[in-house]
Design a protein around this ligand. Structure first.
Ligand SMILES: O=c1ccn([C@@H]2O[C@H](COP(=O)(O)OP(=O)(O)O[C@H]3OC[C@@H](O)[C@H](O)[C@H]3O)[C@@H](O)[C@H]2O)c(=O)[nH]1
Length: 395
């Protein structure tokens, strides 16, 4: 800058030209005006770099391209979390019938993550190394809501995914179910039990859909050499179950939290064995990466009657809700308990999360969900299952 010196009472001082003074003033004002914007940009940059959960770095050789169908659902989104954090490239495909974007929104924009709105009933052409095929409604009221769609998803959807696996040489893991055993006459259920399913009952769309999905897997394995894994998943619970899911865990927790009666269908003497979702997800990943191609039960063998379960949840919530007796659900399996010796022996897997610990985490989750929904002025009621005709009784 050009400077001129003048003497003021004997002291030399610098004087800027009028033009320079003006320029300096404008620059200062601009600087002052954009300072908050610069600060905002810095904040956004930091929040972007910190916004994702920590992800391991995997070398090109170890990193896999993994597709999860139904990856925005309850189980699928927890599986997506694990595979992302392990450092893989994950593509989630979901038609959002029961899945929700909210379940995976924390990965959106991450370079290893892709979310595709797609229905597996239509073919899909992508390049992947592994396919976790979870797409299907899983809660009885949801899968009975549109039985034809449930059948299409489990039959045509599975054919499409096996076709994809064959084309690209990927390994496919089918999320099958304990429901392939129907209302079992053998207890606990081992993988070599063929099951007791009513092929024309209200549950058949799911039970038979999954049974034929298993059949398709082994047909593709034998005829086309596709590598398959089949997990028979027993009752599972945890955060991200939908408020409207309609299965027993979410129903009882939501009822207890809202001081409503806990709706027990039938006598409550029917049994179930519940596993926490993180145990399931670990089991699925171990199975996928193992060499066991025959079906494997993945569940927690701790068995309870539904009535015991209602009392347990009511106690954990600290609620004074009544326990109500509703008519029995049609074709409801009376006893269900996994024999997991195969998973223990061949995969070295067994569940580790105690029931109460898992339930407390799930109760916390639903408590927050209720607050969230209340802020949004919307509290859905749990969906009832299809029941036989009868009246409501108090136990
Ligand atoms: O509000 C309820 C909901 C359910 N129940 C009972 O609780 C038991 C469990 O019912 P759920 O609806 O949670 O689940 P189900 O065991 O019938 O089916 C499940 O089986 C295993 C998975 O493949 C699926 O997630 C689902 O099909 C049943 O006996 C049912 O009648 C109640 O007593 N009250």
């Amino acid at each position: 800058m050009k400077e001129t010196y003048v003497s003021v009472w004997g002291n030399l001082v610098t004087v800027r030209s009028l033009q320079e003074e003006k320029e300096q003033g404008i620059e200062g004002k601009i600087e002052e005006a954009i300072a908050p914007l610069k600060e905002k940009i810095r904040e956004i940059e930091t929040s972007i770099s910190q916004k994702y959960p920590p992800v391991k770095f995997l070398s090109e050789k170890d990193r896999k391209r993994i597709l999860i169908t139904g990856g925005a659902g309850f189980v699928g989104s927890h599986l997506a979390d694990k595979l992302m954090m392990d450092g893989h490239e994950v593509t989630v495909v979901d038609n959002f019938f029961t899945g929700r974007k909210r379940n995976v929104e924390h990965w959106i924009g991450h370079e290893n993550f892709e979310l595709i709105n797609h229905d597996v009933v239509e073919p899909l052409y992508i390049e992947v190394d592994q396919i976790y095929h979870l797409a299907s409604p899983a809660s009885p009221p949801n899968y009975m809501y549109n039985p034809i769609k449930t059948l299409k998803t489990n039959t045509i959807g599975t054919l499409n995914m096996l076709g994809l696996a064959k084309r690209v040489g990927a390994r496919l893991l089918l999320a099958s179910t304990s429901e392939v055993y129907g209302d079992p006459e053998v207890h606990p259920q081992r993988e070599d039990y063929w099951g007791h399913v009513n092929p024309i009952g209200p549950r058949a769309c799911y039970d038979e859909g999954k049974r034929v999905a298993e059949t398709m897997c082994y047909a593709y394995m034998k005829q086309e050499g596709v590598e398959v894994r089949v997990a028979r998943i027993f009752n599972t619970f945890g955060p991200r179950m939908h408020m409207n899911d309609g299965r027993v865990v979410s129903n009882f927790i939501l009822q207890a939290l809202q001081g409503e009666g806990l709706t027990v269908y039938g006598s409550g003497s029917q049994t179930r064995s519940f596993q926490y979702v993180s145990d399931l997800v670990n089991g699925l990943v171990v199975l996928m990466n193992n060499n066991v191609s025959s079906p494997v039960n993945v569940g927690n063998p701790e068995e309870h009657t539904i009535l015991e379960f209602a009392k347990l949840i009511r106690g954990l919530v600290g609620s004074r809700s009544e326990i109500l007796s509703l008519p029995e659900a049609q074709d409801d399996p009376q006893r269900r308990n996994p024999d997991i010796s195969k998973a223990k022996l061949l995969l070295g897997w067994e569940p580790v999360v105690p029931l109460e610990e898992g339930l407390n985490k799930t109760i916390d989750y639903f408590r927050k969900e209720l607050e969230y929904q209340a802020n949004n002025q919307y509290i859905p009621k749990p969906k009832p299952a299809r029941t036989k005709k009868g009246r409501l009784r108090h136990i």
